[in-house]
Design a protein around this ligand. Sequence first.
Ligand SMILES: [Zn+2]
Length: 512
Amino acid sequence: MRQKTNFRAIGRVALQACGLLLPTAMAQAQRLIQKVETVPAGEQWLSPGDALQVRLTGTPGGRATFLGGRPLTELAPELAGGRRGVYQGTYILQPTDTVGGPAGRPLWLHLRLPNGRLDSLPTAASVRLLSPSQPLLAVTRGTLAHLNYGLGDDRLGGAKLGYLDSLVVLHVVGRVAGQYRVRLAEGQYAWLPLEYARLLPPGGFAPSSLTGSWILQGDSVYDYVRVPLSQRLPYRSQILENPTRLVIDVFGATSNTNWITQRAGLQALGAVYYEQPQADIFRLVLPLRHRQSWGYHIGYEKNMLVVRVARPPARLQLRGLRIALDAGHGGSNVGATGAGGVSEKDLTLAIVRQLQRELERRGATVVLTRTADESLSMAERVTLLRRQRPALLVSVHVNSAGNAAARGTSAFYRYAAFRPLAAALYGRMQQTGLPGWGLVGNFNFALNGPTDYPNALVETAFISNPEDAKVLTDPAQQQRMARRMADGIQDFVKSVRAKGMRGWLGRQPAEQ
Ligand SMILES: [Zn+2]
């Protein structure tokens, strides 16, 4: 913008006058501004209506501005961690703005003191304004693309909204540092990590589609729901309970579903239907005939949305059940380390090997993510497990805490639908004599993310606690834990048998 250009020029003059021509140390001493940044920090792409937030740290008592004279407010010290000289400003971007231009550029912030001295500094990262008249589109890449709720990050990664198939078209309306902000529907947004996105050339329309008529059918293993779309749209899913049902929102889709054909061979699906909760969200409601969900997978065949619904195993017993076990860490990823240098990766493999023997003794078929001390990324594990299509997964880990007093066993699950498996394992693990540390839900761990099969993670005990460490490193105690975990899996399977089928909502009229 015009005024901005003026300020940039003034900024350069100020730099030459008080900074660039002087030795560095003196220049530092003379600067009025110590730091400028956008909040959140990092490269930003914004759309009209978004808030552009900036912060300047410098000499107190001045007048700070950005965007051609818009004022920043100097924070009271109690709002700035006791500091003076912290200025903040917010600007809501307008459709006619040209901030940053189409290519993006750093944003200049200015600080003028009452004595007339002026300093200007650009943000380290650039700001770019996206035009709603030229929708920016991206497609998902790879098989592990996922949406995040927000910009959060920790050792587990940001909280995930769900996985997406490849080549799903997304409308990019922003970017902050390492993630694209995508618009799913009116008022609904999510974030996509850059590594799972490929930007498309300009000229495309914001993604949308009418839905065709559904076909439901079963093969020898799964039930399927097929919904024709004209392009691959993003979706979100969850299992709701009482009654047990799978609910899938397809964003950008509007119903032209005029019938739902339910062919022979369906076993898991009940009386399915759809809703259109808002103009651009199409909702599949898939009641399940069994109270316990055995998982599902959503993906595309060309532009056909395909929901693959797993059935409970034919015989609800360990004999013949295909169980996946994951020994946490391995290779260069040693995990937690205990006194005497014992490492989590070795303990988890030893315990998983015992659990494998125990389950095989009871007639189960066991598949392992790793059988030796090898490095295996989370992505490799998830990919491998999806291919193996187990009936369920148990991932085994060893806990550790800075506080040596923390001890006990715990079990983790991501989705409430899979809580019974984690709860059964947790209950049985306490029978080894280990105290219960807790049952943890909504756990954002990569191996708890897949919805394809019930899964749980067991943190057997704390290697950082001397009593727990004795249990963890003793082969006889490892075997006891393995037996109890096998009991827990057996309890889960039995409980599903006891829970059985649900009431009328799930049944197919033809089969009653
Ligand atoms: Zn671990």
